[in-house]
Design a protein around this ligand. Structure first.
Ligand SMILES: Nc1ncnc2c1ncn2[C@@H]1O[C@H](COP(=O)(O)OP(=O)(O)OP(=O)(O)O)[C@@H](O)[C@H]1O
Ligand code: NI
Length: 323
């Protein structure tokens, strides 16, 4: 097992200008810490608008200009600077984008998959790889000369997937690859991701769909109001949920058959109302004054990372109250 990415205390916010000279800070991601290894699918689970795409953009170095960030990201123990991000983007790290709108509508498919390559030999090699990948994903040769509008949604997704794989990436960030797809296409995406993982790729699967996360990930990081509140092995989502330590994670899992399997808006308060103290305290049945006053750190407990003063650890595994 090799560490590919370490995200350490990453925060992303936007300054909002209100009437007059007033301004407030919109905290979209706060104090996010997580690790991605090779041969691993890490699902990042959060509701719509919770900053998941911004996390992807931050790792890739394509954040909007007005974003304020702090914290750091390491790539194989090396600080991932903006320069290094630009070097490895599309090469060692690839994005499977959230939307097929990432395709340039005015450019033929093959041309945009390959990009501009000056060296003739290098071009030929990449072209060969592209043709292999297109064949592997069932894209016929005539797709090469098509424009995006001529593709079905499923074909466009396969083009994005093949393009992401062209340079044998070590890390793939898949941003919501399944919404809007029919059941068969979802099965295919999941199958492809697991296949890539088995080849050694480390994958960050960004999703608001807990069922997709449960079906293919090895670990799940759960976001709440921009905070990671638990990172746990996917196998801990089992039976009655008693292996899940954060009250929110457990409630989410136990509610599953009755919800529409999605983390919808309304589950969480809005970003303008992030409470002082624990982000979950307003909904937590176990809260104390301490939770209202203080923000719990993300700490390691029995191989999980949990942001809670009173994690729901089984009786036989005694844990001290966190500080
Ligand atoms: N350039 C920007 N300026 C100001 N605020 C922004 C900007 N970009 C994003 N945001 C804010 O950050 C929030 C998170 O955006 P993001 O696209 O990362 O969410 P997401 O979790 O990917 O949502 P979805 O599930 O809908 O894809 C947005 O709701 C928006 O309020
Ligand atoms: Ni998004």
């Amino acid at each position: 097992m090799m560490k590919l990415l370490d995200v350490e205390k990453l925060s992303i916010s936007f300054t909002q200008y209100l009437k007059g000279l007033q301004q407030t800070e919109l905290h979209v991601i706060s104090d996010l810490t997580m690790t991605l290894n090779d041969h691993e699918i890490l699902a990042v689970l959060g509701s719509s608008g919770s900053g998941k795409s911004l996390l992807a953009e931050s790792i890739l170095g394509i954040l909007p200009n007005n974003a304020n960030t702090s914290g750091k990201i390491l790539y194989k123990d090396e600080l991932l600077t903006q320069q290094l991000k630009e070097e490895i983007r599309g090469d060692k790290i690839s994005l499977i984008p959230q939307s097929v709108n990432y395709l340039n509508p005015l450019m033929k498919i093959k041309q945009q998959a390959l990009g501009y390559i000056e060296d003739e030999e290098a071009y030929k090699q990449k072209e060969k790889k592209q043709q292999e990948l297109f064949r592997r994903y069932g894209l016929k040769p005539e797709v090469d000369e098509m424009y995006p509008f001529q593709l079905s949604g499923g074909m466009a997704r396969k083009v994005l997937l093949s393009t992401a794989l062209l340079n044998d990436p070590e890390i793939i960030i898949a941003d919501e690859p399944t919404p809007g797809l029919d059941e068969k296409a979802v099965d295919e995406v999941i199958h492809d991701l697991i296949d890539l993982k088995n080849q050694g790729v480390g994958i960050i699967l960004i999703t608001h769909d807990i069922i997709t996360a449960l079906r293919c990930s090895d670990k799940i990081a759960i976001l709440y109001l921009g905070y990671v509140i638990e990172i746990t092995d996917t196998k801990n989502f089992t039976d009655d949920g008693s292996e899940l330590y954060h009250p929110y994670t457990r409630a989410l899992y136990q509610a599953l058959p009755n919800t529409d399997f999605k983390l919808t808006e309304g589950h969480q308060p809005s970003y303008n109302e992030i409470p002082k103290g624990c982000p979950y305290n307003m909904n937590c049945p176990y809260k104390t004054d301490k939770c209202v006053e203080n923000l719990p750190e993300l700490r390691e407990i029995n191989g999980r990372r949990v942001r809670c003063f009173y994690p729901l650890v089984n009786d036989d595994e005694n844990i001290q109250e966190g500080g």
